[in-house]
Design a binder for this molecule. Structure first.
Ligand code: ADP
Ligand code: MG
Length: 406
């Protein structure tokens, strides 16, 4: 009887989920013998002709394997690096990615070198990776003619490149206008569901940790977070800009002076919404005379703030321990240098040990997580940097809008 009750409940929840789902998902579509084109983000770092981190290829595997297992003819498109449109550059060719993909899948991946503006995709090889979309003239401007060429012969377009979903490019957006069915792949849906978990009804208290060097882009997310979280802790260039706006000396440190009024607005919103933003009490400073942990009011003209200080680190650890949901973007110091890694290392370790729901995103944040703990220690690590922040901000991302149900 108990089992029966549970079944009824499960079915009801499943039905509710189906009704509530606002997205077209690959897993809801019959793709047997269909030509499907998957937009992945296979933009991996390459040095001396070697892929130095294949995490993005691995993240794409569930969608590709799923499509193959359902009997679809699969084509994959992606960008790589920042080549000049219309100009082939062997250093930014996806050929090396096709080889790695083939190794991981243990399956032949046909690599199509012919650019898609001269030869529309063919699906006869079962699994094909097409050359870098950023070699194509019109990719970045969302060109309609190019879109028609790319999407020719395609029955279903699968958007799976979360990391590129904030771009209104031909391969992430315009193609959707010319294909009968457009849906989200497994990776993209997973990203959306995990980030929404933090945005909608998270367990409280909710803590956000925002650091890094991209000050102006991250001030937007801070504004949004003052509506969503209980506490925000800061590091990196962002913390310096906050210190500056509180009339504290920051010497030669990275900061954005023209953002002081935005910071004041964030502090005003935080106060209004009862959000705690404890500024660092001390910082690690570097100057020609050496490195010193200083209280924030002792920073000198010639100092560069490179990390949070030891007292601040203890306060931040405590806040991490007390939180039930934690969102992390941006290292709190120049963690690449062992002299300034402590703040970020302590944050990573505390996050790795907490029972809270933990989610992080950002290229350098991921490097820090891999350096000091491991990705498995968190509940979810997003593959997106800019897209992760923009989605959190509540912006409409072009690559996600195209998979929304009408
Ligand atoms: P993410 O890629 O995770 O979004 P960002 O790109 O915004 O993060 O910032 C990461 C960079 O910020 C790192 O290279 C780190 O060295 C730098 N950084 C952190 N703190 C400071 C600081 N106090 N001064 C200068 N650079 C900093
Ligand atoms: Mg970065």
């Amino acid at each position: 009887m108990g089992l029966f009750k549970q079944d009824v409940r499960c079915n009801r929840i499943l039905n509710e989920c189906k009704v509530m789902s606002t997205y077209n998902e690959l897993t809801d579509i019959d793709i047997r013998n269909k030509n499907i084109l998957i937009r992945e983000d296979l933009n991996v770092p390459i040095k001396n002709n070697k892929i130095i981190n294949d995490a993005r290829i691995k993240a794409a595997i569930p969608t590709i394997s799923y499509a193959l297992s359902k009997g679809a003819n699969v084509g994959i498109i992606s960008h790589l690096g920042r080549p000049i449109e219309g100009k082939f550059d062997s250093k930014q060719s996806l050929k090396i990615v096709a080889e790695r993909l083939s190794e991981i899948l243990n399956k032949k991946v046909f690599f199509e070198e012919q650019p898609l503006d001269t030869k529309s995709p063919e699906y006869k090889n079962k699994l094909t990776l097409f050359e870098n979309t950023r070699f194509l003239v019109g990719e970045k401007s969302g060109d309609e003619k190019l879109a028609k060429k790319i999407i020719k012969n395609c029955d279903v377009f699968v958007m799976d490149a979360f990391g590129a979903s904030h771009r209104k490019h031909t391969s992430t957006y315009t193609v959707s206008k010319y294909v009968p069915v457009c849906c989200g792949g497994l990776l993209l849906m997973n990203e959306i569901k995990n980030i929404e978990k933090v945005l909608k009804n998270p367990s409280k208290p909710v803590l956000a940790i925002i650091g890094g060097s991209k000050v102006s882009t991250k001030l937007n997310i801070l504004k949004k977070l003052t509506e969503k979280v209980d506490t925000i802790i800061l590091g990196g260039g962002i913390a310096n800009t906050f210190l500056l706006s509180s009339n504290l000396p920051i010497g030669k440190s990275l900061a954005e002076k023209n953002m002081v009024s935005d910071v004041k607005e964030i502090l005003r919103l935080a106060k209004k919404n009862d959000v705690l933003i404890p500024l660092p009490k001390d910082v690690m400073c570097q100057s020609l005379t050496g490195i010193r942990n200083k209280n924030v009011n002792e920073v000198q003209k010639e100092d560069y703030i490179k990390d949070i200080g030891s007292k601040t680190s203890i306060i931040y650890e405590k806040l991490i321990e007390e939180a039930a949901t934690i969102l992390w973007n941006g290292p709190v110091g120049v963690f690449e240098d062992a002299l300034f890694e402590n703040g970020t290392k302590n944050i990573a370790r505390s996050i790795g040990n907490t029972k809270a729901l933990t989610i992080a995103g950002g290229g350098d944040t991921i490097s820090a997580i891999e350096k000091f703990i491991s990705m498995e220690k968190l509940d979810y690590v997003s593959t997106g940097g800019g897209a992760f922040l923009e989605f959190l901000e509540g912006k409409k991302l072009p690559g996600i809008e195209i998979i929304k149900k009408l």
